[in-house]
Design a protein around this ligand. Structure first.
Ligand code: NOJ
Length: 756
């Protein structure tokens, strides 16, 4: 049988000849291949573009969803017609080799030029093998492992015909009411940057022409995490300094790293919707950062500029978006339906359209789609690669490392193997919620491992009853829960939110455990049995009641496909927990916004000399959160020595080494995440009270010590100051190295510009 690889270029030659094109590179060299270098790439793109009609060019800027998966408010049933007429350049929510092949075949065989489609999908924390939700995974602070999980996600997604993931979400997020806090790496810019880089490395690898690497997408550009009142899609009004110092650095870092695509955000920024924001998209992204991939909108966000009150109609919205720098329209149909007219009228220039099309085609070439449009469809390998033993084992490891031990009074954990457990709670026997949301093709029932199954697999001694539901107020199982608790050695309650309570369009004004779960805790507490709670949730919760009532709190997030095993590994000490929070857990919702590096104010409270009444504080709650950024316990203890600095003064062409000895002083081997914080004491604009500037994760056997060294450079101290850009300033810098952000400063150094 003649392979499609041979037929495809042959057909193209026939199509081109029939179409009457007198010259094209294709007629001379019909066999496409991955371009060797930029020159080669540009030549090929140019010669293809020379063949394209205006309609076909516009088609490349159009992205539509299939009905296979619904990730937004609207579906346009006509996508197959658009595809056939060559008006679609990319599709999303189509997965599986068979399905993507079928759609690709239409693009390749039924359209005039046969330009292959690009298939995108939300592969956020795994494709079929699901890893912990991104906020959970971030709690591992383990960049190698995070890269590995993104790599596996890319391998599984690409074997099923996908070329492009709408990830990572790199929005710094500081409001636990915002459901999408679960999709990012937390509240800190530095950590978020490092984690986002690792994710892009994992997705894109170092060679996009490999058929197991996929395009990544830095989203949502920009400042989506700063939505007012934590309400999704809400307004962002932000100073230039905060935008540049807090929200933009992860995006810039990803441009430097070669991220292929960017996605605009739904929100407005200072009165201009991000999708029509020339300042963000042209001035910063293209001109300052030299981004050379393409920019896609979020789902119908061009159309939404009408609701924003920024565009008078869809055509106007399309012009605003395109002229601001948006190359591809996701699901809005605005470029599809309106752009031709705008070009005719001169409100959009064809030259600029050519640039957008060029950047899209370039990536299709780089992926090798012109060489073989089906090269990512591997029906024969899907079974063997997806959910492989190795992938599930790594998912278990990532889940173990994502777990944060928040409380462990009287060393109630780890449990002994023969402990008689009363397993209670709505999420204990749950294979559905445990993988979280944005779970791509992740299987839930029958594949994901619940905590109950994890205990069964370990032959643990336990009895189970649910006790209550996640949100309903039925009390019918409380009596059973009390009964099994009474005859146990320890109660393990698995509590939390449903997966739908976080993620997109899932903001909450109440961040306590929902339903009657708190009531159940109080009832069980009355039995006097030691009480451990395991939490699954997609945001920081208000755990003020829990922290008083229970003996141990295990924050497991939504831990993914192998989550039940990982939680049981931690409960019994088969894995000694090492995760640390990447986001502050408030004492009460009234403290929000709260993050570890807020400003000092002119009337700082709780310090020597502060006036009791007239200082910056609450009269009904402390300023401090319940659990600070960077916090997490271990079954062992770590002792930090004092810092030694190899010099006292830093300049722009020297570095300072800060070293510290850390000793495992407890009874278990374990990992510790050692964190370096620096404070710029006086700035020409006020500076945060502290900033994370480095971290290292080390393993120490019990009794073992290691010296850890952080190298501090001028670059680490730079900050953005309006009109001046990123600058260094001379002066004193205080620092500490500790196991979490809540610590006093112990050392300092000076920064002075060299005189040379
Ligand atoms: C809307 C979400 O905001 C975005 O993150 C996602 O990638 C798209 N929908 C596509 O599903």
């Amino acid at each position: 049988m003649v392979s499609k690889k041979i037929i495809y270029p042959f057909l193209l030659v026939v199509i081109f000849c029939l179409s009457g094109f007198s010259y094209s590179e294709f007629s001379i060299k019909p066999k496409y291949s991955v371009p060797n270098n930029d020159e080669d790439l540009n030549r090929r793109v140019d010669s293809l573009m020379a063949l394209m009609t205006l309609k076909e060019k516009i088609g490349q800027t159009v992205l539509y969803t299939t009905q296979f998966d619904i990730t937004g408010p609207s579906i346009d049933d006509n996508y197959l017609d658009y595809l056939r007429e060559g008006s679609l350049g990319a599709m999303f929510n189509a997965t599986g080799s068979a399905f993507t092949r079928k759609l690709q075949k239409i693009a390749v065989e039924e359209t005039r030029l046969g330009i292959p489609l690009l298939f995108g999908y939300d592969v956020i924390h795994g494709y079929k093998t699901i890893f912990p939700i991104p906020m959970g995974e971030a709690s591992s602070w383990d960049l190698e492992l995070i890269e590995k999980s993104a790599r596996i996600s890319a391998i599984e997604a690409s074997v099923e015909g996908l070329h492009w993931t709408f990830a990572p979400m790199v929005d710094v997020a500081r409001d636990p009411r915002w459901g999408r806090i679960s999709e990012g790496a937390g509240e800190d810019t530095f950590l978020c940057t490092k984690i986002s880089e690792a994710r892009v490395r994992g997705f894109q690898g170092d060679d996009l022409s490999q058929d197991n690497t996929i395009l990544a997408c830095a989203k949502h550009y920009a400042a989506y995490g700063a939505a007012q009142a934590g309400r999704d899609y809400h307004t962002v009004d932000i100073s230039e300094n905060t935008l540049r110092n807090v929200y933009l650095p992860p995006f810039e870092a990803l441009v430097k790293q070669g991220v292929a695509t960017f996605m605009t955000s739904f929100n407005e920024v200072n009165g201009v919707p991000a999708t029509g924001n020339k300042y963000l998209l042209k001035d910063i992204l293209r001109d300052e950062w030299n981004f050379d991939g393409f920019v896609v909108t979020d789902y119908t966000s061009i159309n939404e500029m009408v609701h924003h009150g920024y565009a008078k109609d869809l055509k106007h919205a399309g012009e605003l978006a395109f002229n601001a720098g948006v190359d591809m329209d996701m699901q809005g149909g605005v470029y599809l339906n309106e752009m031709e007219k705008s070009i005719e009228e001169g409100t959009i220039s064809e030259t600029q359209l050519n640039q957008s099309v060029r950047s899209i085609l370039k990536l299709k070439f780089k992926l090798g789609l012109f060489d073989d449009p089906y090269r990512y469809c591997h029906e024969d390998q899907e079974k063997e690669i997806i959910l492989s033993k190795e992938h599930l084992q790594i998912a278990r490891e990532v889940a173990q490392k994502s777990i944060v031990l928040l409380k462990n009074d009287d060393k109630i954990l780890p449990l002994k193997s023969d402990t008689k457990i009363a397993l209670i709670g709505p999420l204990a026997d749950d294979e559905f919620n445990i993988i979280g949301n944005w779970t791509a093709r992740g299987d839930r029932d029958g594949v994901a491992v619940s905590v109950k199954e994890g205990l069964e697999a370990r032959n643990s001694n336990f009895t189970f009853t649910k006790g209550c539901e996640i949100s309903s107020d039925s009390r019918s199982d409380i009596a059973n829960a009390l009964e099994i608790a009474a005859t146990s050695d320890v109660v393990v309650m698995v509590l939390g939110e449903s997966e739908r309570m976080s993620g997109e369009a899932a903001s909450r004004t109440n961040i306590k455990l929902p339903g009657i779960q708190q009531e159940l805790i109080k009832e069980i507490k009355k039995t006097g049995k030691p009480l451990v709670i395991v939490l699954m949730n997609g945001r920081p919760l208000d755990l003020s009641l829990e922290s008083e009532q229970v003996d141990a709190i295990v924050e497991a997030w939504f831990p993914g496909t192998s989550g039940g095993h990982a939680i049981v590994d931690v409960l019994f000490g088969d894995y000694n927990p090492s995760g640390k929070l990447t986001v502050t857990f408030p004492m009460t919702i009234g403290q929000i916004p709260i993050h570890y590096n807020m400003k000092n104010t002119g009337r700082p409270a709780y310090i020597k000399g502060a006036n009791e009444r007239y200082s910056s504080k609450y009269i009904d709650a402390p300023n401090k959160p319940l659990y600070p950024f960077g916090f997490g316990l271990s079954y062992t203890t770590f002792e930090y020595g004092s810092i030694s600095l190899d010099r006292e003064t830093l300049s722009e062409n020297t570095t300072i080494n800060a070293s510290i000895e850390v000793k495992n002083t407890g009874e278990y081997d374990g990992e510790e995440i050692i964190q370096l914080y620096i404070k710029d004491v006086i700035g020409s604009i006020t500076r945060p009270t502290k900033e994370l500037k480095g971290f290292k994760k080390i393993f120490l056997k019990k009794g073992e010590s290691k010296t850890v060294i952080f190298e501090i450079a001028a670059e680490d101290l730079k900050f953005y100051k309006n009109k001046s850009g990123f600058i260094n300033e001379e002066g004193k810098y205080e620092m500490f190295i500790a196991g979490n952000s809540d610590h006093e400063f112990t050392d300092s150094f000076n920064f002075i510009f060299s005189k040379i």
